[in-house]
Design a protein around this ligand. Structure first.
Ligand SMILES: [Cu+2]
Length: 128
């Protein structure tokens, strides 16, 4: 058993070490990816959130949230799109968006049903 006082001291050291390393490493590599659901958990044919704003170079984790099949088409960017249909709730992939701009997105099978959205990629120098 580690005495409680020593244990809390170790936690403080771990947190400080984390902050130190966090300050040295590129923030981008450490930040958790933004997350977008394809299909809501209630089964609605939507992206959640419908609009997402990120910074160039940031990655987004796309995850099937409900009743598929869904895919992701990014206007003008077949390289960022995920054309294969995903059937399984929880299926996910990540994509990095490196060019600033506003990009319409949609799910091919459900575009007519309104499953559309937008991803805004801000230039890194404009980011807060
Ligand atoms: Cu869909």
């Amino acid at each position: 058993m580690i005495p409680p006082r020593l244990a809390s001291g170790l936690v403080v050291v771990a947190v400080l070490l984390g902050m130190l390393l966090g300050g040295l490493a590129p923030a981008q590599a450490l930040a958790a990816p933004a997350r977008m659901l394809l299909g809501s958990e209630e089964g609605f044919l939507v992206f959640e959130p419908e609009r997402l704003t990120i910074t160039a170079g940031e990655r987004v984790r796309f995850e099937v949230g409900g009743l598929g099949p869904h895919n992701l088409i990014v206007a003008g960017h077949p390289d960022w799109s995920h054309e294969p249909l995903s059937f399984q709730v929880g299926e996910s992939w990540e994509q990095t968006f490196d060019s600033p701009g506003r990009y319409a997105i949609w799910c091919e099978p459900h575009r007519a049903a309104g499953m559309t959205g937008e991803i805004t990629v801000l230039a890194a120098e404009l980011a807060p």
